[in-house]
Design a protein around this ligand. Structure first.
Ligand code: NDP
Length: 287
């Protein structure tokens, strides 16, 4: 069997067309949706992510504010800037690119973003809302993965799902969304004793570890859906995921490639969340 490829670029294109239409409608009503992106320091990977996010805004009719600060920025200067953005009616979403320099407390910074503008969905109020089944914003990467399941009619109700990785930004919210969709979810991590025994019984596996080849063909149940969130470099410096794509695609039913899988979906869902924030703000102004 050769798995069907879940094409994140193609799905993103469709979803971004909808984003662009909603952005145009909001702009026509006098409220162009706006995203503020903050980058502190000069981490090269972060620079690429931020540039892609700002470009995606421009390409789809959203207004973007890009704040680029040197690594010497103090925590209190950053908090002051966030306060300004929280109070700016033309900014509907705020994103602080992680990681931040060591002298800045990321937790404090994330908590300083107004929950209604926390389009990454990382602050405690939004994490709690997701946990209790009433999410305001779904974190972008897991939200994008859910859209991939939906687009390919992959049944989640009653499915055994294994999430590899337990970070606050991918693993945990991914598990919550799968649970919300009716899957029986197992969250695994670096202390998990026999990962293969768990994945071999899974209808759906989401790998989010940043470790190459964490999932290989003999760990996968025939016909399973395999989602690869990881972003790594292979021996030749080429971008690759956590999954041994060449081997696993011969066993799985569906698989996402890297690049061209989850990556583009993450940015697309950031745009979707910003549009939702802007639509909510407009609704509130009317109420
Ligand atoms: P973190 O480093 O925060 O978390 C990695 C997780 O993987 C941890 O929970 C860790 O377990 C677990 N892990 C590590 N080694 C193993 C192992 N041998 N077996 C099982 N679990 C293991 O990473 P993130 O969640 O932030 O990101 C994960 C990957 O996804 C990275 O490659 C990142 O670049 C990528 N990513 C991609 C995005 C996209 O848009 N495509 C968006 C966000 C991230 P423990 O908790 O025990 O240490």
């Amino acid at each position: 069997m050769t798995a069907q490829i879940i094409d994140g670029n193609a799905l993103s294109k469709t979803l971004r067309a909808d984003v662009a239409a909603r952005a145009a409608a909001l702009t026509a009503r006098g409220q162009q949706p706006g995203l503020a992106v903050i980058l502190v320091g000069d981490n090269p990977a972060s620079e690429v992510y931020v540039r892609n996010k700002v470009k995606a805004c421009q390409d789809n009719g959203l207004h973007s504010v890009f704040d680029r600060f040197p690594a010497t920025l103090t925590e209190s200067e950053l908090l002051t800037r966030l306060d300004d953005l929280n109070n700016d009616p033309n900014v509907h979403g705020i994103l602080v690119q992680l990681p931040l320099p060591k002298h800045i407390d990321s937790h404090k910074v994330i908590e300083a973003i107004a929950p209604a503008k926390d389009v990454d969905g990382f602050n405690v109020e939004n994490a709690g809302a997701l946990m209790t089944g009433k999410p305001l914003f779904r974190p972008c990467t897991p939200y994008g993965v859910m859209k991939m399941f939906e687009a390919h009619n992959i049944a989640l109700e009653g499915a055994n799902a294994v999430v590899i990785g337990r970070s606050n930004i991918v693993g945990k919210p991914m598990a919550m969304l799968l649970l919300e969709a009716g899957a029986t979810v197992t969250i695994t991590h670096s202390k998990t004793r026999d990962l293969a025994a768990l994945t071999r019984n899974a209808d759906v596996v989401v790998a989010a570890t940043g470790r190459r080849n964490i999932l290989i063909a003999d760990m996968v149940k025939p016909g399973a859906t395999v989602i690869d969130v990881g972003m790594n470099r292979d021996d030749n410096g080429k971008l690759c995921g956590d999954v041994d794509f060449a081997g696993v695609k011969e066993v799985a039913g569906f698989i996402t490639p890297v690049p061209g899988g989850v990556g583009p979906m993450t940015i697309t869902m950031l745009l979707v969340n910003t549009i939702e924030a802007a639509e909510r703000a407009m609704q509130q102004d009317r109420d």
